[in-house]
Design a protein around this ligand. Structure first.
Ligand SMILES: *Cc1c(COP(=O)(O)O)cnc(C)c1O
Length: 358
């Protein structure tokens, strides 16, 4: 029987347990569904699709609307099936054999995973004790490794820490002089104040990646995009599969953008809930990191994270166990849910810690 290539056979693959529970706070989804009016749009658009025809390969209407969100033309937009596919396409075009991608752990696992599956060498730098990035450490890695792709993630998953505008500007300058492409993953961008999109420019080696999965409450749709210089977008179009975005997805992804006000209201509510959850964590026997996203990373001080994860699961509450991730021994990540879900989490965690330490 044929076996996969040896490096593939050795890969652990992507693991995030999908357990059927009452309170699901493990994958940073929105707890709220998109607006009912959008669902009406979905049905109307589905009735209008020419199912016997291929989609618009250039997805021009969708890309025009996404570009308008950022004050840019469609030639600045590349869309794909989730931002993971956007990231993979970036690596197919700008990474690959003989090239290197730089990232700083702990960060989003898919950056290194997708680099490896595209045969891009990964060079890993360190974050400080508070998980903030240090400009000198970034310069060291970029100077030593000469990467083609440099990944930032702001706010960073799983730490929640957002990078400062000054830091991103400095890294962009390093990318410019080092002939690298700076990729800023802003999957949680709307939860935090500042966006790297303000640094985009003609000839600047910068792309900013966004997704419908979190702030737009559409993880089930699988749609993400990047904004960046047209020459980068052109390169991505050359390696992505033809007709990769189906007709219905293009139409309903476009329709979703009419509900930006609703999106902002959801984000505002989740930010308020995040502050409430953090205040509750501050009163418990845990360390936590102040988050600029819709999740909070925390570490029980006197008991094993994994034991707490199990105890929460017995309350039918699912959070993410990050213990096996680089530098995150004993850490758990909780997604901010609806108020009642957050109450359930806070109550169960307090009870668990009380029981396990008394
Ligand atoms: C959730 C997440 C994504 C989203 O991936 P999709 O494929 O768009 O669902 C991308 N980047 C980061 C950092 C994330 O946390």
């Amino acid at each position: 029987m044929i076996t996969p290539r040896s490096d593939v056979a050795l890969r652990p693959g992507y693991h995030s347990p999908q357990v059927d529970v009452r309170v699901r706070l493990n994958t940073n989804e929105s707890p709220f569904p998109p607006p009912d009016e959008w669902l009406d749009d979905v049905l109307r658009e589905a009735a209008m699709v020419h199912w016997n025809r291929y989609p618009d390969r250039s997805a021009i209407a969708l890309r025009t609307a996404i570009g308008a969100l950022h004050g840019l033309g469609p030639e600045w937009v590349f869309a794909a099936n989730g931002s993971n596919e956007v990231l993979q396409t970036v690596l197919l075009a700008f990474g690959g054999p003989g090239r290197t991608a730089a990232l700083w752990e702990p960060t989003y696992a898919l950056h290194s995973h997708l680099a490896e599956t595209t045969s891009t060498q990964v060079v890993v730098g360190e974050r400080g004790a508070d998980f903030a990035l240090d400009v000198d450490e970034i310069r060291r890695v970029i100077t030593e490794a000469g990467p083609s792709v440099v990944f930032l993630c702001s706010p960073n998953n799983p730490t929640g820490v957002a990078d400062s505008p000054a830091l991103v500007e400095e890294v962009l300058a390093m990318a410019r002089s080092g002939d690298a492409l700076l990729v800023v993953d802003e999957a949680y961008g709307q939860f935090s104040g500042w966006s790297a999109t303000s640094l985009l420019g003609e000839g600047e080696p910068l792309v900013v990646v966004r997704t419908y999965s979190k702030t737009w409450a559409m993880a089930g749709l699988r749609l993400g995009y990047l904004v960046g210089p047209p020459e980068v977008v052109n390169a991505l179009e050359k390696v992505v599969l033809p007709y990769h975005l189906d007709t219905l997805k293009q139409a309903i992804g476009l329709a979703a953008l009419s509900y930006e006000t609703e999106m902002r209201a959801r984000v505002e509510q989740l930010v308020a809930e995040r502050e409430r959850v953090q205040a509750a964590l501050a009163a418990m026997d845990v360390d936590y990191w102040r988050s600029g996203a819709n999740f909070v990373l925390f570490r029980p001080r006197r008991v094993a994270g994994q034991a707490v994860w199990n105890a929460l699961l017995s309350h039918s509450i699912l959070v993410r166990d990050c213990s096996s991730w680089p530098r995150l021994d004993g850490c758990l990540r909780v997604t901010i849910g609806a108020p009642a879900e957050n109450d359930a989490f806070i109550e169960a965690l307090a009870e668990t810690l009380e029981k396990m330490t008394s």
